[in-house]
Ligand binder design. Structure first.
Ligand code: FES
Ligand SMILES: [Fe+2]
Length: 374
């Protein structure tokens, strides 16, 4: 091998993680501090914050927040409790009627969209009451690629964080795509098993016969093989245009893609909350949310180009049906792994070379976990 030849993909010597990583409450808590409280978490798609409604309540990592456009149009995230006696401020039922101000439903303390307390009935009688020190608690929030990202303790901007895949966000014009369909799943498996499963196609011939016909499992290569963002392309079979039950496009290919990009599907994991699957004609997102050690919620969203004419009409049903089937096949094996790894007698086995990205996921996860000392 000369110096310019990339090293062969290998998982030589690597073994899976121990069962306690998917069962232990202590490790779950440690992940909260070491990973989930310092990384950018995807909170949703920009178009979910409907311009006609003023706020959107969200839950991230069991923490209640709400998103709002401030007076300048910037998206901001605030803790969803009142600075008086803690009432939740924004709910599913009141979010569309909040108007220009956020008014607490309990005693009517009122906040601006920038989080400042602007009115607190009868509090002027308290000599030492200072409105300025009772604004809402803000959480860092940025928009990138048409997604809203939240970080409880940011160490870098979201653009710096996503730099390894920034060119793909540009190539696929992800900011300009629009949410076309959403599937929501409850998976009885630890979040890491869902990441690990997405990171290899060793399982594809047995678990996904249809997927394996569209993209044969040995046609994958790694573009990012170390760090918190991992993945790369899989070549489409000659007979397939995209990932769908009939193998045909759901709409016109996304503009500006190269010939190689039009003949591949790119799969990336963005630890700890997102999978990004770039197809020639649409982008698929999985948002993974931890519920507890053995349960996760997965929101799967289909993004399509906006249509400018009838000739460009979308026919997304075959793609949606394909991914719903594939998702369910994946959740089934993740749930089987959760069950088996929860057995006290479980011992990790060795990875194959087709699982080199899983080994890379584990390395990054363990080093982030270790960065937080007990
Ligand atoms: S709890 Fe919000 S005004 Fe009293
Ligand atoms: Fe799979």
């Amino acid at each position: 091998m000369n110096e310019s030849t990339p090293p062969p993909r290998s998982a030589q010597g690597a073994y899976g993680i121990a069962g306690e990583y998917v069962t232990s409450e202590a490790i779950y808590k440690k992940e909260s501090d070491a990973i989930f409280s310092r990384r950018w978490l995807c909170a949703g798609r920009l178009e979910e914050l409907d311009p006609s409604s003023s706020c959107l309540p969200i839950t991230l990592e069991k923490q209640n927040l709400f998103l709002v456009r401030d007076e300048s149009g910037m998206i901001r995230a605030f803790r969803n409790f009142c600075r008086h006696r803690g009432s939740q401020l924004v709910t599913e039922s009141n979010c569309s009627s909040m108007g220009k101000r956020i008014q607490c439903p309990y005693h009517a303390w009122t906040y601006s969209r920038s989080g400042a307390l602007t009115s607190a009935p009868n509090m002027a009688e308290n000599d030492d009451f200072d409105e300025n020190s009772h604004g809402l608690f803000e959480v860092s929030c940025e928009v990138f690629g048409g997604f809203i990202w939240v970080n409880f303790n940011p160490e870098e901007t979201v653009a710096e964080w996503l730099q390894p895949v920034a060119k793909h966000f540009q190539n696929w014009q992800i900011s300009d795509l629009r949410l076309g369909h959403e599937l929501v799943y409850h998976v009885e498996a630890n979040w890491k098993l869902i990441f690990q499963n997405y990171s290899e196609c060793y399982h594809c011939p047995i678990v996904h016969p249809m997927l394996n016909r569209l993209t044969p499992y040995q046609g994958s290569s790694n573009e990012l093989d170390e760090g918190p963002i991992l993945g790369g392309p899989m070549g489409l079979a000659d007979s397939s245009q995209t990932m769908s039950c009939d193998g045909k496009y759901a709409g016109p290919p996304i503009g500006n893609l190269t010939a190689d990009q039009l003949r591949s599907v790119y799969y990336f994991t963005i630890c700890p909350t997102m999978f990004l699957s770039l197809h020639p004609d649409y982008v698929l997102i999985h948002r993974i949310q931890r519920i507890d050690t053995g349960n996760s919620k997965v929101v799967c969203q289909f993004l399509f180009p906006t249509q400018s004419s009838d000739q460009q009409k979308l026919t997304p049903d075959q793609a949606i049906e394909f991914w719903d089937l594939t998702n369910r096949q994946d959740w089934n094996v993740c749930e089987l792994a959760q069950k088996g790894m929860s057995d006290p007698a479980y011992q990790p086995g060795p990875y194959s070379n087709l699982e080199s990205v899983v080994a890379a996921f584990d390395r990054n996860y363990l080093s982030e976990l270790d960065s937080k000392r007990d």
